[in-house]
Each structure stands twice: as structure tokens, then as C-alpha cells.
Write a protein of this length. Structure first.
Lengths: 150, 441
């Protein structure tokens, strides 16, 4: 059983939440079978980051109307597919669809969404920074659960 | 009384951007056609004013997520031309390798994510993947190779930062280049197979009379250098874009249109123009592919641009291999340019995946940017896209609305428009005005 925790984001303000969670996790001792990856562009990077994983936890920034910093666990079906797929950018849901169509989607996909306030400025905002530790704990707990059940 | 029929598409699928195609047809005649681009301008030309010119390679890489190399290359050449910075042959060669990586990635993505769904009548590449898994995997493998080249020389594939005036921040190690060479040799067969697959698809034909414009170099397939030439006999220096073309504003687009100074006519830039004007500079494998498709290139046909992209993927692989096989490391990664900045003007045109990209700038005595002008390929193609659709529209009116709309969208996608560079795309509306049965006047 191999599990990847994949931090998705860009280096713009709160949108870096997924990347920051991945960085925090990578600095910790991790159980065997768990690898941490990052992804700044879902089309090339996420597809590559899925390679070799039986199960993945995707950590990404979200705007659902909740308070900034709130961490929510979502199922793949919760992701909207409304964005049109172009060669310039596929969303997370579309890349997961593409992986499924190619027969290389992981058996299990969980999404951890960190609620953000905005994507301006070089650093994440205070509420998002304060949530990074809890989000890393949550991602690790889901990954351990996946490793245990595999 | 007039009957009006309208077709609405909430967004043109698979092309990045914000805009609309507005088409009005009355009595079977096209009375109005506008490619409305309402993407907000990002003011890149203005925000660079007063910044150090040596910051431009990093700033320009932010203009486009898919063709950052083109923006970096045109800018860095313009600065080097202004300041008289000599570029060592090995750096020049590595820039071709870097550009080849971008061509491979960009072209393959267009072929599989934009063209293939249109040619197969599917909604998107996910549909193609379900039916043609091996071909999509092949395209993704080639894309990954292109991306690897970008990372090797750019440091990263998103907003690459490896380019600097006079060279690169870091030179690739010979072992890295050798490993890349092995992959490229394997990829050539994959690129040939990908092109063969497209040749077997029902690619439509839409030949038209349009002037083709590209760079031409005495000995090489054009990328970073060459003279600006056209199928209409234009032949001027590569930095003399403004002598032959001009930009102008149209009310319905936030992206400037471009036209020939002489006659004010539209023109076509991009892989179709490059291949047609430089077929004798293609590598043996790419030239063989071109000859096999010669009748599709006999007249400019935007629908055949998918073949031109396939040929250029092969060309880019061979270019990359030639650079790697002949590589002799330069004495330094880049020339030290600290003492060079001066008040000067420079311009350069290079071949972005989508066509010629012109940059002109002036710097002051401290090396700060005074004026910067960027002319992206998609904005140059706008007038030709409109001319193409104007000719196409009467032929699609008899089709069911959904099909008519799809045909127009596919025609636009043939140009691989990167509207975030020029600006963005699209809602399509086709309005048919026909005299109704109770017409009273």
C-alpha cells in the first residue's frame, strides 16, 4: 500500500495553503509507504503526482463560504466539474477524471480543503497560517487510516 | 417582423479566456461578425516601466502559463540587442533546446486537448482518453518530456526563472543532457506515431487566401532568430516588425488587432505559416512527414494546422537532439552584464508556439525600462480568425444549431488562441435574422 499526500496550490497568498501543508508534513517523520508531493499546475503535476499511489490525500485551498482557516474533509464527488477543460489548465476534478479514463486513478481519493480568504500577497493570511498544523495532522491521520486499511 | 434565432454557449470549451463570438446572419448573409475579447488587460507593458531591464526575463515569464519561454526569449534578445551583449554559441544552442521544450509541450497539448476532441466529436480529452487510451498516454508522455526540458533550463515549469541576460543562471550538467538525449531518441518514434494517428482522423479542409508570416533563418528552422518573411514577398530584418505591421484598436476587443501596414490586411502567424515558409529547413524526419502531407499544405488551411504542429513536434525533438549531441559547455553560464546597461533601444522577434512574438523596448542610462511593447501572436491572428469565420459562417447555417456552433468553435481552436496572452475567450452567439411568415413591411 502506497499513499501520497499531495499539496496543490500556487505561491500566491492563501492559495499556497496546500503547498504549505505539504512542506509541514515533509518536515515530519513519516510512516513507511507514505510520500509527500506538491503540485502547482494540476494538468501536468497532479497526473504525475498520482503515479505509483494506491490512495491519495489531496490538500488544496477552497472557498466554500466557511470561515478562513477551517479545514474540511471532502469526497471526490464534492468537487465541481464546472470549469471547462483547456490545454492551459485542468482543475483537480478534471485531472482525476482524466486519470480514471486512462485507468490510472488511485483506488481511494480523499480531499482536504483549507478555507482561504484570498490569493493576494506573497504569504498566506494569519487564519490560514494558524490552520496549517491542524491540516497537516488531519492529512496524516487520513493517510495512516489508508495505510492501515490497505 | 423578423425572426431571430440565437445560439448561446456559456463558455467556449477548452480555450483559455474570456470573450465571445457574435455572429449575426440575415437572409443567409453574414451581416456582423465580431470576435469579442473582453478579458481585462493586465498592463504588463506599463508595470515594467522604471524596473531594471534585467528583471524582465522573470517578469515576462508570468505573462503565460504555457508559453513563458517565448516571452522570456523575445525580451532577452531585445535587451541584448539594445545593450550589445554578445551571446556565446553554446548559450544560443541551449536557448534553442529550451524553446524546443516549450514547442513540444504546447503543441502536444493543443493536439490532444483541443484538436482531438473536435476531430472525434467529443466534449473533451477525457472522452478521448476513454476511447483512445494509448494515444492520450503517448501525448502525455511527450508533454512530460517537453516539460522536463523546461525544468532543466528554466528551474521550474511554472513561471520559469532560469533565463538571464547573456545566458542562464545555471548550466545543465553533461550527464543531465545525456539522459535527456536518450529520452528524446525514444520520443521521436512516439511523435511520428502521434502524427500518423491524427493523419488518419477526419480532419476537415478550409483553405483560404491569407498571407503567411514567419521568421526565416539562412540555415536553421526558425526559433530565436531570422528575417521576417511572408508568402506575399515580405522580407525584412527580424527586429523590424514595426516597418511591416501595425497594431490598432477595435471597439469589441481588449486585445489590440494587428494588420499589414501596406494594405491593412490580416495575416496568419503560427506553425502553419512556419512550416510553409521553412519546409526546406526541416529535419529529415520532419521534412518526410511534411512531404507526405504536401497536398494539405498546398494552400493555407487553418484546419491543417494540427498537422503542422505534429511536424513541429518532430522538428523540436530533432532540434533538441542536435543541441545535446553537439553541446560544448560555454566558459560561463552567463556573461556578467553589470557594467553593460545604457540608454538604448532594442527589438526582437522570436517564434512562440503560436507564432511570431515581437518585443521592443528602450532603457535609460541606468538600465531601467522606459518603454516596453509586446505583440503576442494571438492578437496578430485575431483579424484572420474573424476573416476565417466570416467565410465559414454561410456554410454552417444549414447545420443544426449545436453542430453550427461546434464547427465555429473548432475553427477558432485551430489557431490555438492563447487569449490570456493577447487576452481571453469565449461565449458564442449566432443570431439568425430571417423574414418571418407575417412580415408586414
Amino acid at each position: 500500500m502506497r499513499v501520497h499526500v499531495i499539496g496543490v496550490g500556487s505561491r500566491h497568498g492563501d492559495d499556497a495553503a496546500g503547498l504549505a501543508v505539504a512542506a509541514a508534513l515533509a518536515a515530519r517523520p513519516l510512516p513507511p509507504g507514505l510520500a509527500v508531493r506538491t503540485c502547482e499546475r494540476p494538468l501536468p503535476d497532479l497526473l504525475d503526482a498520482l503515479e505509483g499511489a494506491d490512495a491519495v490525500v489531496i490538500v488544496d485551498a477552497a472557498r466554500s463560504g466557511a470561515a478562513p482557516g477551517r479545514v474540511q474533509r471532502l469526497a471526490r464527488a464534492d468537487l465541481s466539474r464546472s470549469r471547462a477543460a483547456s490545454s492551459h489548465g485542468l482543475g483537480v476534478a478534471q485531472v482525476l477524471d482524466l486519470a480514471a479514463a486512462l485507468g490510472r486513478a488511485p483506488a481511494r481519493v480523499e480531499i482536504l480543503a483549507v478555507e482561504i480568504a484570498g490569493a493576494e500577497g506573497p504569504e498566506p493570511s494569519a487564519p490560514v497560517r494558524a490552520a496549517l498544523g491542524a491540516a497537516a495532522d488531519a492529512a496524516l491521520a487520513i493517510a495512516r487510516e489508508m495505510l492501515g486499511s490497505g | 417582423m423578423t425572426e431571430r434565432r440565437r445560439i448561446e454557449v456559456s463558455a467556449l470549451a477548452r480555450v483559455e479566456g474570456e470573450g465571445a463570438l457574435h455572429l449575426v446572419v440575415e437572409g443567409g448573409q453574414v451581416v456582423d461578425l465580431r470576435l469579442e475579447i473582453y478579458e481585462p488587460p493586465r498592463f504588463f507593458e506599463a508595470l515594467t516601466r522604471g524596473r531594471r531591464a534585467d528583471e524582465l526575463p522573470d517578469l515576462m515569464a508570468r505573462i503565460c502559463g504555457i508559453c513563458p519561454v517565448a516571452y522570456q526569449m523575445s525580451a532577452v534578445h531585445a535587451i541584448e540587442a539594445a545593450w550589445g551583449v554578445p551571446v556565446p554559441p553554446a548559450v544560443r544552442a541551449l536557448r534553442r533546446l529550451y524553446y524546443a521544450g516549450e514547442w513540444i509541450e504546447s503543441h502536444v497539448l493543443h493536439m490532444m486537448f483541443l484538436a482531438a476532441p473536435d476531430l472525434l466529436g467529443l466534449d473533451d480529452a477525457m472522452g478521448v482518453a476513454r476511447l483512445h487510451r494509448a494515444e492520450v498516454e503517448r501525448a502525455l508522455g511527450l508533454r512530460k518530456l517537453g516539460n522536463r526540458i523546461l525544468i532543466l533550463l528554466g528551474g521550474r515549469s511554472v513561471n520559469p526563472v532560469g533565463v538571464r541576460i547573456g545566458g542562464f543562471h545555471r548550466l545543465p550538467a553533461p550527464a543531465e543532457l545525456r539522459a535527456l538525449g536518450d529520452e528524446l531518441r525514444r520520443a521521436r518514434g512516439e511523435a511520428e506515431a502521434l502524427l500518423r494517428w491524427f493523419v488518419a482522423l477526419p480532419v476537415p479542409s478550409r483553405p483560404q487566401d491569407v498571407e503567411l508570416v514567419a521568421l526565416r533563418h539562412p540555415a536553421e528552422y526558425p526559433m530565436n532568430e531570422g528575417r521576417l518573411v511572408s508568402s506575399g514577398g515580405l522580407d525584412v530584418a527580424g527586429d523590424a516588425w514595426e516597418s511591416a505591421f501595425e497594431e490598432h484598436q477595435v471597439q469589441h476587443s481588449t486585445a489590440l488587432h494587428a494588420r499589414r501596414r501596406e494594405g491593412g490586411t490580416p495575416y496568419l502567424v503560427g506553425p502553419l505559416a512556419r512550416v510553409a515558409l521553412n519546409s526546406e529547413r526541416l529535419s529529415p524526419a520532419a521534412r518526410a512527414a511534411y512531404r507526405g502531407l504536401a497536398e494539405r499544405f498546398a494552400r493555407p488551411d487553418p484546419a491543417a494546422s494540427v498537422f503542422a504542429r505534429g511536424i513541429e513536434v518532430l522538428q523540436a525533438i530533432d532540434e533538441a537532439l542536435a543541441v545535446i549531441d553537439g553541446y560544448e559547455p560555454p566558459p560561463a553560464a552567463a556573461l556578467e552584464v553589470a557594467a553593460v546597461p545604457r540608454a538604448a533601444a532594442g527589438a526582437a522577434t522570436t517564434e512562440a508556439p503560436r507564432g511570431i512574438l515581437h518585443v521592443a523596448l528602450t532603457t535609460d542610462a541606468d538600465g531601467l525600462v522606459e518603454r516596453l511593447r509586446i505583440v503576442p501572436p494571438t492578437s496578430q491572428n485575431q483579424a484572420q480568425i474573424e476573416a476565417d469565420l466570416r467565410a465559414l459562417a454561410p456554410n454552417v447555417l444549414a447545420l443544426p444549431e449545436d453542430q453550427a456552433r461546434r464547427t465555429c468553435e473548432a475553427a477558432i481552436r485551430d489557431y490555438d488562441p492563447c487569449i490570456s496572452c493577447a487576452t481571453h475567450f469565449l461565449t458564442v452567439s449566432i443570431e439568425r435574422r430571417e423574414p418571418g411568415p407575417c412580415a408586414s413591411t
